[in-house]
Design a protein around this ligand. Structure first.
Ligand SMILES: *[C@@H]1O[C@H](CO)[C@@H](O)[C@H](O)[C@H]1NC(C)=O
Length: 216
């Protein structure tokens, strides 16, 4: 009974925060992972659940690689995503991601451009595949990989990752046997947006169901 009351209280508080967040889950996560892992709930306060916003309005996320643009579409920290996170990244021509690995699955969908995807299999062999618009593939946990934009256009893709927050480890090469350099959590999961996206400011709230019913 007490658990149920706490659950309902959590939903009520969560609704006040507006978007994707329940104070109960946030509190549990903060206790488990520390204050750095709280969501950016304050930013979204007063906005409706699951708002629609435009990708072009979103702020760029931090990433250590020059020539790589990162946008968190639905993030662990920024939007309180649980289970998985959705990112969009753009690599300028000639730009490569570091050789890296992470303890999570990653699904890719290429929106535009051409590149080489190098992925190391369980047998230790690195397989290189040419990828282009509409190519889709997934990376298994801890499979070392790298994308290299070999084309003349930007490479833009969407990536979905699980086992949040992302803690990537970067290596000098596929043969690098060092422990590598881990960023935990990844830089974009350490940020909150500085403001709500413009497209969300213009969001028009529909009349509540109870208001509508009085007109019937
Ligand atoms: C990508 O896939 C969509 C949907 O199947 C298709 O309409 C489009 O022509 C494809 N684009 C390219 C460049 O192949």
């Amino acid at each position: 009974m007490l658990a149920f009351a706490a659950f309902v209280a959590g939903i009520t508080v969560g609704t006040q925060y507006g978007v994707h967040t329940s104070a109960l889950v946030d509190g549990a996560r903060r206790r488990f992972l520390g204050p750095a892992f709280a969501t950016c709930a304050d930013i979204w306060q007063g906005y409706p659940l699951s708002p629609v916003y435009q990708v072009e309005d979103l702020e760029l996320g931090k990433h250590p690689i020059p020539g790589l643009q990162h946008v968190t579409l639905h993030g662990f920290r920024q939007h309180g995503m649980r289970g998985f996170e959705v990112l969009q990244q753009t690599l300028a021509p000639g730009v490569a991601t570091p050789v890296h690995e992470h303890n999570c699955q990653e699904v890719f969908l290429v929106l535009s451009g051409q590149a080489t995807a190098a992925i190391r299999g369980k047998d230790g062999k690195v397989v290189e595949s040419q990828i282009r618009t509409n190519s889709t593939f997934n990376i298994l946990p801890n499979a070392r990989h790298q994308l290299v934009n070999t084309g003349r256009e930007d490479l833009t893709f969407i990536a979905i990752i699980d086992n949040l927050p992302l803690r990537p480890t970067f290596f000098k090469s596929f043969d690098d046997t060092s422990a590598g350099q881990t960023i935990s959590p990844m830089l974009w999961d350490q940020q909150c947006p500085s403001a709500v996206p413009d497209s969300l400011r213009n969001f028009v709230t529909a009349p509540a169901a109870s208001d509508a019913s009085t007109e019937l």
